[in-house]
Design a protein around this ligand. Sequence first.
Ligand code: HEC
Ligand code: HEC
Length: 249
Amino acid sequence: MKKILTLAVAAALLPATAAFAQVPAEKKAGIESKDYQWNKMEGKKAEALHLKGDAKEGEESYEVCGGCHLPNGAGRPDGTFPQLAGQHSTVLLKQMADIVEGLRDNPTMYPFAKEALKNPQELANTTAYIQSLCVPTDHGKYEGADAAMQIAKGKDLYEKQCKECHGAHGEGNADKFYPVIAGQHYKYLLRQMTEIRDGHRRNANPDMVKVIKPYTNDQLVAISAYQSSLHMPGKMCAAKPAAKGGKKK
Ligand code: HEC
Ligand code: HEC
């Protein structure tokens, strides 16, 4: 029931967002500038980072996000809206701040992120809530007939060059702003990595860019196939119906 309601809200929001999106963030040089410090969190954008978020309160403030990312945070397998559930709150905050600062292009979400950053305590609550959600297991995976081969090829690459930061199970690192990868949709992963490799995601981590720069498109497919097959023990669950918590509107 709630799901239907929230989806209706999303449908109503999207055209409004498109109107807002005509004034996106001003683009800022990131990775291409030599003064760029990818994890510099200071001033207003750092405020939420030092506040203790209340996940219970955050359920309410997450509602507007759920319009696109879905009430359970699962996003969409077609890769348009990323999976957010279980992501480290540090990573969520950094990404939102980067979007507002013009370091990561996201005109669709920009007005919402800008609004959210105005209230650091509420934002800390929202990200605490998202982090507390379990990571759904029925996300978009690589579906080609050669999946087993791609996953094996991707595993090999991942373990050599990515595991040290993103973890053996794709668990990332909250303190270092390394994102959780497990449970993320294959198509979203492939799109992000292509953008990171090609320099279009200006908030990227320079050490990661060095690693991924020489990758071919085929290698990105394989490594995305592998990443979307990762499983974090104890942190994942079959998707729950959206009625979770039973909070009324
Ligand atoms: C109108 C739709 C919309 C709304 C509302 C929205 N988002 Fe997003 N969000 C997106 C899209 C689209 C992307 C992916 C953009 C891209 O491909 O880079 C995204 C990406 C993100 C990311 C980056 C994820 C990653 O893995 O790097 C975070 C974090 C995020 N959203 C958090 C939120 C939060 C928190 C809210 C509520 C305050 C919110 N979003 C509201 C559309 C939306
Ligand atoms: C030095 C640590 C490091 C290494 C090595 C590294 N990454 Fe990353 N990765 C990061 C950080 C940090 C981010 C987030 C950057 C930002 O702040 O936007 C990221 C982002 C990503 C994202 C986007 C996630 C999202 O939710 O948007 C993907 C996918 C990814 N990395 C995959 C890989 C793969 C595959 C490799 C190996 C080829 C790799 N990374 C190597 C640190 C690393």
